[in-house]
Design a protein around this ligand. Structure first.
Ligand code: CA
Length: 365
């Protein structure tokens, strides 16, 4: 019996040794292979706020991979212009890109769903829909034909309605308004009689200063103060009906991604998820103070969009979404998925988030 036991233990130990050897070899081989990737962005290099997400991502990936995956960030115009990021990554000129999906509605109208939908999901809900409500699967299906894998990689939370050099008292004031507002929000403004313009972030200040545009939306106080929009605009309007929870994207060339060992693929995924949450945390912390500075130090005139205007815009947005959902089979499936998620989230949030905000406010009084 004792001999048998000794033999079994010996066999077990030999087995363990072999397993350890194999793991050791696999680890050693994996660690030899290094990758140097290019990441192109729609933001100028070292652009404050959301523009720092690509740098943040690259640092995390390099640290987590022990330098096996190095990501070099190229700002807008350094390797390719801002609005050529999608094509550059699709074709493999760069392995990765960072920007916003609604810049690519020229490729497929349905891309607009994955940044933000006017009167749609907020950041918390968007993250829920993407990661646990089927949103990310649909996004990946949509980008598959472009040889791209998308990841959520940044969220600013509810934005501001924007900077205006014209007071908005009724829908009449939207007529003829030249406003930088991309995506579906821009389509709503156009339908309301305005002129929506898509200008990349780096050109906004000058466009507003020289009167090329009458209004612009960028992000929210923390990010907007860095660009000095308060120096070129009179009024700062809220709420950001057009971008309640905008997601930024990391796009990865599919062929390049498939060449990565599994552990590096996991690192890319986890780093994107970390950057996605990190941005929201940063905006949540810094918008408060930035708003105080804008109002108290710079004398910014904070204005709420009239209820009548918000109601009208909401009606136009609903019509537009119906039409967009008829654009293609995938657009219909995305629209149905997001609408059903929003219906449920709205019901539950009435008795959770909304009820809590109300309860807290009552406590303040
Ligand atoms: Ca925006």
């Amino acid at each position: 019996m004792r001999i048998l036991l000794t033999m079994l233990v010996t066999l077990f130990l030999i087995g363990c040794d072999k397993a350890a050897d194999q793991t050791g070899i696999a680890t050693a081989e994996a660690s030899k292979e290094t990758f140097e990737w290019k990441l192109v962005t729609t933001w100028p290099k070292n652009y404050p706020g959301l523009g720092l997400a690509p740098e943040n991502f690259a640092e995390k990936v390099e640290a987590m991979s022990g330098g096996r995956l190095k990501v070099k960030v190229f700002g807008a115009g350094q390797l390719v212009p801002a609005f050529e990021v999608f094509d550059a990554v699709s074709q493999g000129t760069a392995e990765m890109g960072h920007g916003a999906s609604y810049y690519w509605t020229g490729k497929s109208k349905a891309t607009a769903f994955f940044t933000s939908i006017p009167f749609g999901l907020n950041a918390q809900e968007m993250n829920g829909w993407l990661h646990y409500g089927g949103g990310l699967e649909l996004w990946r299906e949509l980008y598959n034909e472009f040889n791209l894998i998308p990841f959520a990689a940044g969220n600013t939370g509810v934005q501001m309605a924007g900077w205006f050099n014209r007071e908005i008292n009724s829908m009449e004031d939207i007529k003829g308004l030249k406003m930088r507002i991309p995506g579906l929000g821009g389509d709503v403004i156009s339908r309301a009689g305005g002129v929506s313009v898509t200008i990349s972030g780096g050109e906004l200040y000058t466009a507003m200063q020289t009167g090329v545009i009458d209004a612009l939306e960028w992000v929210s106080p923390y990010n907007d103060i860095a660009f000095g929009f308060h120096q070129v605009a009179k009024y700062y309007y809220y709420p950001g009906w057009h971008e309640p929870g905008p997601t930024l994207e990391l796009i990865v060339n599919k062929d390049a991604y498939s060449e990565l060992p599994e552990d590096l693929q996991a690192i890319v995924e986890v780093a994107a998820r970390a950057v996605n949450q990190d941005m929201l945390d940063e905006y949540t912390a810094r918008n408060n103070e930035a708003l105080i500075t804008l109002v108290e130090t710079h004398g910014v005139q904070l204005r709420k969009l009239p209820d009548e205007v918000v109601t009208e815009l909401r009606g136009i947005a609903a019509e537009m979404l119906e039409e967009l959902s008829e654009d293609s089979d995938i657009a219909r499936r995305i629209a149905e998925s997001v609408k059903s998620f929003q219906r449920q989230a709205t019901e539950y949030h009435k008795i959770s988030e909304e009820a809590y905000y109300q309860a807290r406010k009552e406590g303040d009084e």
